[in-house]
Design a protein around this ligand. Sequence first.
Ligand SMILES: Cc1cc2nc3c(=O)[nH]c(=O)nc-3n(C[C@H](O)[C@H](O)[C@H](O)COP(=O)(O)OP(=O)(O)OC[C@H]3O[C@@H](n4cnc5c(N)ncnc54)[C@H](O)[C@@H]3O)c2cc1C
Length: 391
Amino acid sequence: MDVRFDDATEAFRQEVRAWLEANVPKEPMPSDSEGAFHYTRAWQKKMFDAGWAGIHWPELYGGRGATLLEQAVFQQELARAQAPPMANTLGLMIVGPTLMIHGTEEQKKRYIPRILSAEEIWCQGFSEPNSGSDLASLQTRAVEDGDDFVVNGQKIWTSMAHVADMCILLTRTDPHAPKHKGISFLLVDMHSPGITVKPLRQMTGGAEFNEVFFENVRVPKQQLVGQLNDGWRIAMTTLTHERGSASFGTQMQMKRALDNIIDAARKVKHHGQPLSADPVIRQKLAQAYIRVNIMRLNNYRSITNQLRGQPPGPEASLDKLYWSEMNKWMQEIGQEILGPFSQLDPESRHYPISINLQYSFLWSRAETIYSGTSEIQRNIIGERVLGLPRG
Ligand SMILES: Cc1cc2nc3c(=O)[nH]c(=O)nc-3n(C[C@H](O)[C@H](O)[C@H](O)COP(=O)(O)OP(=O)(O)OC[C@H]3O[C@@H](n4cnc5c(N)ncnc54)[C@H](O)[C@@H]3O)c2cc1C
């Protein structure tokens, strides 16, 4: 493992840094969901127009054809510049990479450039009310009828479905086959007749995910990805990207989260002394610093493996489990530092810091659930990384 970047990659870093310094929006992101969506969509469009969206994707589909190392540096610089997120997160993180591996040429040319430009927003219709961790038990049905599939069923926790134009949908196409074998992977137009979207409010106050109902929704057969009944294999590609991608950016986000907590420890006082002087809090912050840096070194190890041509595998579960559990633990330290102030509305003039640590604390719970809960990641690590017998 080599933790240095070569001169060409460092020159690329300077180019990215200069562009971000000149272009990251100065005005803050609106706090309401709708305002935030328009803001992040405009930001993604700006990045796309300047050639900075999907930078390691092939030029043929609108990407920049950058190297893996440049992509890693790019993520670091985005986080460093505190750039806003892009609107089409799921399109960029999971749909594009899945289509590039399993899509037809026509599907790639039709969808990938519009993912990059945020012209079409994507959502992921996998989970159902009775099929989350046990995803392969899903019941949404697609029945062949002439040139179409006809889809009936319900999805839940579908992030961004309320603004999405397209959905990657897992449906059962052979109810008699063993459960992993009778599933197909469809690309569904969210504006099709028969689709109803109902937003769900979360404990953070946001409402970014939804229930989605399908009633006799017609999906043309050319919207099938891969072979009929082979959707489980394709979904595994999607989930591996969801768990393993963006790790350098995530590491920088964790570093920023820790910086915010350290800042809180400097500002909040106990018996007239800042908590940053308290030996117990200092120990915890030092431990958090070590864990955030272990994450950085693990990222270097992953990228070294990828540069040697090894595809991301179940090890992505190790990364996902590590950072999501670490952040949950770190955010609890933040609440401990705030003490009684943690009960205040962050808008209150008595709230001692400028960052809303309550939101980060509540949101960190979600990170240990989405794209597979921590228990599921542990099962994958036990069975597929360590080779332990199935529980
Ligand atoms: C913020 C957020 C965004 C999301 N976005 C999407 C999205 O866009 N699209 C989508 O399809 N889904 C999405 N999800 C859903 C997510 O994938 C599921 O919540 C997750 O897979 C868990 O499923 P579940 O909620 O049904 O819990 P369950 O599967 O019912 O699990 C309940 C509890 O049992 C434990 N458990 C279950 N099975 C086992 C086992 N075999 N061994 C040990 N413990 C087990 C779980 O760890 C959990 O603690 C999102 C979730 C969140 C929180």
